[in-house]
Design a protein around this ligand. Structure first.
Ligand SMILES: C[S@@+](CC[C@H](N)C(=O)[O-])C[C@H]1O[C@@H](n2cnc3c(N)ncnc32)[C@H](O)[C@@H]1O
Length: 227
């Protein structure tokens, strides 16, 4: 990963320390802990695009934690994550790989989560959702953030402004193509995109907008259904 090279990874890890003063970071930590609390047993967890392990310490009641990332330098930093002494996992392994192509055995995890990666760096599409579903055990959960297409950080091109105005006026059956363009085929994710994608094999438990210091996000917890 060209962007996440060693100097950038070092800075990213330093930012983990600074973020301890930022409310939205603490809100994500709390959210993650609450997702863990929905399980009545110790869980096996996968962090997709774990980076420097910024959120590891928010997890609770974890047996095994696997962090997957495409950047080796980010994984080097993740060996010493923020609040390492508070990381509540019986075992932690860091895996270098691309989440679009890396394989895990089916039904390996109770929780797959991903913060700041999907519908941001990696397209959140049907294929990816089917992969996550395969890795989850029955009743397992998928918790993730997206960048919302209405985020101030997303360029408000004339096309996007027009779509924002037109989409609520059009029946869903006629507006599919326009909406796909609005979310750039899953490079951003709004409520409609997530509901449509997750309708195949997940039941949404919560879906809300969330503001971080950088973006307006979608934030979602979905439970594997249909088994
Ligand atoms: C903004 S950082 C988020 C890191 C961490 N989840 C956090 O919230 O601090 C994005 C991370 O996604 C990783 N990433 C991007 N594309 C990826 C891919 N295709 N497979 C695995 N990791 C990827 C990058 O290497 C980077 O560490």
């Amino acid at each position: 990963m060209a962007l996440y090279d060693a100097p950038y990874a070092r800075k990213y890890r330093e930012r983990d320390d600074q973020l301890q003063q930022v409310a939205s970071n603490q809100q994500l930590i709390d959210w993650l802990g609450q997702v863990c609390d929905r399980f009545v047993h110790p869980i096996d967890v996968l962090d997709l695009g774990c980076g420097t392990g910024r959120y590891f310490w928010g997890l609770r009641n974890v047996k095994t934690l696997v962090g997957l990332d495409a950047s080796e330098p980010m994984l080097v930093e993740a060996r010493h994550p923020i609040h390492a002494d508070r990381v509540n996992a019986a075992s932690l392994s860091l895996v270098h790989g691309d989440l679009v192509s890396h394989e895990f055995a089916p039904a390996s995890f109770d929780l797959v989560y991903s913060i700041g990666v999907l519908a941001e760096h990696v397209r959140l599409d049907d294929r990816l959702i089917a992969r996550v579903r395969r890795w989850l055990r029955p009743g397992g959960r998928f918790a993730f953030t997206t960048v919302h297409p209405e985020s101030p950080s997303v360029p408000r091109t004339a096309g996007r402004r027009l779509a924002e105005w037109t989409l609520p006026l059009l029946p869903a059956a006629l507006s599919g193509g326009l909406h796909d363009r609005f979310v750039a085929g899953g490079m951003y994710g709004d409520e409609r995109w997530l509901r449509d994608r997750l309708s195949k094999g997940f039941a949404i438990e919560s879906l809300e907008r969330f503001r971080s210091d950088v973006h307006l996000h979608g934030r979602c917890v979905a439970r594997k259904a249909g088994e």
